[in-house]
Design a protein around this ligand. Structure first.
Ligand SMILES: Nc1ncnc2c1ncn2[C@@H]1O[C@H](COP(=O)(O)OP(=O)(O)O)[C@@H](O)[C@H]1O
Ligand SMILES: Nc1ccn([C@H]2C[C@H](O)[C@@H](COP(=O)(O)OP(=O)(O)O)O2)c(=O)n1
Ligand SMILES: [Mg+2]
Length: 241
């Protein structure tokens, strides 16, 4: 039986909650972006992944513009998850006075992937300060390096992985009309994001397919139609309801 983490749980008493304007570099104490914890050390220190407060983790994958963020909003509304978008966390870090701001900006502008350690640290910081134990981790892991870094640092694996399968031309059409003022929603960056997706993210999708954790969803149709394919994945899982 999963137990909900509460404000009074040990790990939250040990940790400072994340401040939305705090940057990774501000929280660094050793000149390195962050402390890498071994699996055991991390569990002992933070306790977030101890059995009593074990999180329920769903990774949400799909190409750029496949509808990950849109479907995550629906999952949050229906099933009460905490939605952590790796892209949003990186953009927030970029807009803070983090010393990694320009590196993140350049990487996103080119459509490449930010070093895993930075992204993993941002995700784990959010998880540590959350009193919800059900997490949707959107846009992560985007590479085998991302996946392995998360597993190594946190010592946990996702319970399930959603994959929004969408044709490239549909993704391009959606990205070019997203209108959120993003520096990476232009045709040149989109072309590279699609290449990076195919080269680096599809191997992660296949990895989870082989482990029987993947829910492949046809991402063409209205958002409501797509959500009707998503819903059963959560309804089938007692802990996620
Ligand atoms: N099923 C859909 N059909 C058409 N447009 C969609 C659909 N789902 C999302 N969109 C739109 O496509 C764009 C990309 O969606 P988003 O959820 O941000 O995708 P991702 O997070 O995978 O990049 C947004 O403008 C969104 O409103
Ligand atoms: N795990 C991740 C997630 C995103 N990023 C960077 C690189 C991505 O192109 C951008 C934007 O990611 P985001 O998930 O917001 O993009 P989409 O929702 O797929 O359009 O952020 C990353 O480097 N590593
Ligand atoms: Mg998104």
């Amino acid at each position: 039986m999963w137990r909900r983490a509460t404000k009074s749980s040990l790990f939250l008493r040990l940790l400072k909650p994340s401040k939305h304007n705090a940057s990774l570099s501000q929280s660094s104490t050793n000149g390195f972006p962050f402390h890498i914890h071994t699996h055991t050390h991390f569990q002992e220190k933070h306790g977030i992944f101890s059995k009593e407060v074990a999180p329920f983790i769903t990774f949400v994958l799909g190409g750029p513009g496949s509808g990950k963020g849109t479907q995550c909003a629906k999952i949050v509304e229906t099933f009460g998850f905490n939605h952590l978008s790796a892209g949003d966390l990186l953009r927030r870090e970029m807009d803070s006075d983090s010393e990694y701001g320009s590196m993140i900006l350049n990487t996103i502008r080119e459509g490449n992937i930010v070093p895993s350690e930075v992204t993993v640290k941002l995700i784990l910081r959010e998880m540590e300060s959350s009193d919800n134990h059900k997490f949707l981790i959107d846009g992560f892991p985007r590479s085998e390096e991302n996946r392995i870094a998360f597993e190594k640092i946190s010592g946990v694996e996702p319970h399930m992985v959603l994959f929004f399968d969408c044709p490239e031309e549909e993704m391009v059409k959606r990205l070019l009309s997203r209108n959120q003022g993003r520096i990476d929603d232009n045709i040149d960056t989109i072309k590279n994001r699609l290449k990076v997706f195919e080269a680096l993210n599809l191997p992660v999708v296949e990895y989870y397919a082989k482990r029987g954790k993947l829910y492949r969803i046809n991402a063409v149709g209205t958002a409501d139609e797509i959500f009707e394919q998503v819903r059963p994945a959560f309804e089938a899982c007692e802990v996620a309801k």
